[in-house]
Write a protein that binds this ligand. Structure first.
Ligand SMILES: Nc1ncnc2c1ncn2[C@@H]1O[C@H](COP(=O)(O)OP(=O)(O)OP(=O)(O)O)[C@@H](O)[C@H]1O
Ligand SMILES: [Mg+2]
Length: 427
């Protein structure tokens, strides 16, 4: 039975998320959980969550929709509970994407200024050119932002508006994903009677939530360690300069434990969370844990294994993830400062001993990231697993700021609705 959320709504009491209401809704469609936050953007830019909900994911594997109906049901239920808690109904959501084979590239654009004062229209012309350079049937553009301007060859210009010159140049960082992956996500959300305000690559959203400005300025790489994927975003000079994803996440550790110890997946998950360790913080090597046997009922006595055996299963998988990340970063030939420090977030970053283990494997400074500068989140929803959803809210607030700029710049020009604008840019 397909979900029915919103079908009975007539528009009365429906809150259109946007700059006029100050309401933002974020939807994290994850492989392990679906999460929705509804928030109020305060005048000073702060974000206050007024309602949120999350539940086990369904129909999503390694970040992709694999069962449309199951995914729709999970989205409808989660958004419905968040709406009840917020006391508001929402129509548009900012949503994330963790899969679809991210392709990250830099593109240089130059436009003639011919001595006039640079304005928003010039920046929009450059952005259009940058997007045109990516036109492709099978790829959708999810990110296209300048990472530095130059005027007549003088580099290091942060914001060229108001300045004069002959030639304005910029480097754009662009991230594309498989168009089919985005279409499936779009379809799924549309069938839940929701519009997509914008789609954001997951690690970019996590970066918005967890990183401080200085980190983004001097260089940092963030890993969002989810259930089915580990997504990567590198920042320097205040901007994201690289994004990628590997289809291995913390759920793979659960499966490794289940296979290695012949125990049910549910017990393997519990063991990972309660006793799992990357192997660097075990104080008592002989500590025994109960391991129920797969296929046997509760009457069968559990096996007992040393905690260090469990660590011996968990450690190699984490090491593999870091190796894959390192390979991707090396292939990208980035500014070396971005891999001087790492921030680990996502539910998988809560594994005991992970920070120390990552420092040893990556030989870099590592910290665990959780959502910052956001109020109203209950303690249980303020950890690393909620970084993406919190970041989607931040993106929504910043995007509405952009809308205001656009409207001012265009006078009373026609404003595209969020979804039309997004579709127009993507495809
Ligand atoms: N305390 C913990 N220790 C270890 N792992 C944990 C802990 N808490 C949650 N996890 C793991 O984190 C993963 C879920 O993380 P998260 O909620 O970020 O995933 P997701 O966003 O749904 O997935 P994805 O981003 O891959 O689509 C699960 O594999 C879960 O077992
Ligand atoms: Mg995730």
């Amino acid at each position: 039975m397909p979900p029915t959320r919103g079908q009975e709504r007539t528009g009365e009491g429906l809150i259109v998320i946007g700059p006029r209401t100050g309401l933002i809704a974020a939807l994290d469609v994850g492989s392990s959980k679906i999460c929705c936050f509804i928030a109020q953007a305060e005048a000073d830019g702060r974000i206050r969550v007024i309602g949120g909900a999350h539940q086990a994911s369904a129909g999503i594997r390694n970040g992709c929709v694999v069962d449309m109906q199951a995914a729709q049901r999970a989205v409808v239920e989660t958004v419905g509970v968040a709406e009840q808690r917020a006391g508001e109904q929402v129509q548009r959501v900012v949503v994330n994407l963790s899969a679809g084979e991210f392709r990250s590239s830099m593109c240089r654009i130059e436009v003639a200024i011919d001595g006039h004062q640079i304005g928003d229209a010039d920046l929009r012309r450059m952005r259009r050119q940058s997007l045109e350079s990516l036109q492709s049937e099978d790829r959708a553009v999810l990110h296209c932002k300048p990472v530095g301007y130059d005027i007549d060859g003088h580099r290091g210009v942060r914001d060229p508006r108001g300045m004069f010159g002959e030639v304005l140049g910029a480097r754009y960082h662009q991230v594309t994903v498989a168009a089919a992956t985005v279409r499936n996500l779009h379809n799924c959300i549309a069938h839940c009677h929701l519009e997509i305000e914008d789609v954001v690559v997951s690690p970019c959203a996590s970066g918005l939530a967890c990183l401080v400005e200085d980190e983004k300025e001097i260089g940092v790489t963030l890993l969002d360690m989810g259930g089915g994927t580990t997504t990567i975003a590198s920042f320097v000079g205040g901007e994201m300069v690289f994004a990628d994803s590997v289809p291995v996440g913390s759920n793979h550790i659960t499966k490794d434990i289940a296979c290695g110890l012949s125990t049910p997946l549910g017990d393997a998950e519990r063991m990972k969370i309660l006793c799992g360790d990357a192997g660097t913080s075990l104080s008592d090597d002989n500590e025994l844990i109960d391991v129920p046997v797969v296929g046997e009922g509760a009457h069968q006595e559990a096996n007992h294994v040393r905690r260090s055996i469990l660590a011996g299963i968990v450690g190699p998988r984490i090491e593999e993830i870091f190796e894959l990340v390192r390979e991707r970063l090396e292939l990208a030939h980035l500014d070396p400062t971005v891999s001087q420090r790492f921030v680990l977030t996502g539910g998988g970053a809560q594994l005991q001993g992970l920070q120390r283990f990552a420092e040893l494997v990556l030989c870099k400074q590592v910290r665990i990231g959780r959502p910052l500068r956001i109020s109203g989140l209950p303690e249980a929803n303020a950890g690393p697993a909620f970084a993406v959803c919190a970041g989607l809210l931040r993106h929504g607030v910043e995007r509405h700021g952009d809308f205001r700029d656009d409207e001012t710049d265009r006078g009373r020009g026609r404003r595209l609705s969020g979804v039309r604008r997004w579709l127009k840019e993507c495809f």
